[in-house]
Ligand binder design. Structure first.
Ligand code: ASP
Length: 311
């Protein structure tokens, strides 16, 4: 067996990483914190419920407080779209050289999840040498509550960027027709689109049609905390029409993997039997890949900070 390598790298030694999660999280927050510690950072973790936010302190003043304590890398999740970008702008405008990482903002984007999903798929299709080329020309179905999902939006950008074809499937209340034109907008955080040509998005209402001959299936949580009442008639109906089961997967190519960003509603978007089948359901692989992928992001940002300090 090859050596696992050092458990800790010194890259972020002496630097303070702060995770500011204004929305609940299990996987993203813990994996950013584990990643930061594996790079030898100090980690401060902000808990909104027991913070001075409860005394009326603003978001901006909260962030500036951590910056005053020496935070140089901020990892931020917020229920409103655009908050991490707005904070980064404010900090740069006030002369702070701080790196801000988006850990999920409203319905807008969840970039680190999309990267770990890409890595999981690349590793599945090309285990010896995971490369993005392994995804070109593959067909990926994204099924479920697309409307409320920042994970779906980020995956639309990343999958179309590496040349995959995308089938979107869900009821019209959770997948409006306008998603067919989603890629005509500008990718988040970019100027002109760096990808010369993106494939088309195909929208399906019928799950069996959407799954026919696909190479991978991504399912999404039914986000009841964001949904309006009556967007789905009942959870049983939803599972019958859009739930992924071993039986439904027979339409796909043999051995097609199923991804889910978690947390999962068992027997709603995925059958419990499938969640418990690690051969088909890659949820736990995705979680495991979250740590090295987030280490890579922190590593890249740290090298930028180091380079700026050296000039
Ligand atoms: N954990 C993911 C997110 O924060 C997916 C979800 O919550 O359903 O967007």
């Amino acid at each position: 067996m090859s050596s696992p390598g050092p458990r800790r790298l010194p890259t972020l030694q002496g630097r303070l990483v702060t995770t500011l999660f204004f929305e609940p999280s299990t996987r993203t927050r813990s994996s950013f914190e584990i990643a930061a510690r594996r790079l030898s950072a100090d980690v401060a973790s902000f808990a909104p419920a027991s913070s001075a936010l409860a005394k009326g302190e603003s978001l901006l003043d909260t962030v500036r407080t951590y910056v005053a304590m020496g935070a140089e890398l901020l990892v931020i999740r917020h229920r409103s779209s655009g908050v991490p970008a707005a904070l980064a702008q404010d900090l740069h405008a006030t002369g702070h050289d701080i790196a801000v990482l988006n850990a999920g903002d409203g319905l807008h984007s969840h970039p680190s999840q999309a990267l770990l999903d890409l890595f999981t798929l690349a590793r599945h299709f090309s285990p010896q040498q995971p490369t993005l080329q392994a995804l070109a020309g593959r067909t990926i179905a994204i099924v479920g509550d697309i409307l409320h999902s920042r994970v779906a939006r980020s995956n639309l950008w990343s999958l179309s960027g590496v040349g995959a074809r995308i089938h979107l499937c869900g009821p019209s209340a959770l997948l409006p027709k306008c998603f067919a034109d989603f890629l005509a907008a500008m990718p988040p955080g970019c100027g002109p689109d760096p990808v010369p040509q993106r494939g088309k998005i195909h929208i399906f209402r019928d799950l069996d049609e959407a799954l026919t001959d696909v190479d991978a299936v991504m399912t999404l949580r039914l986000q009841q905390e964001r949904a309006q009442k009556h967007q789905v008639t009942s959870l049983e109906d939803y599972h019958r029409n859009y739930g992924i089961t071993h039986g439904r997967l027979k339409r796909c190519r043999p051995g097609t993997p199923v991804l889910h960003p978690g947390p999962v509603n068992r027997d709603v978007e995925l059958s419990s039997e499938l969640v418990n089948d690690p051969q088909r359901c890659l949820m736990h692989q995705q979680v495991g890949h979250g740590v090295p992928v987030r280490m890579a992001l922190l590593y890249l940002l740290a090298t930028t900070l180091n380079a700026r300090e050296d000039t």
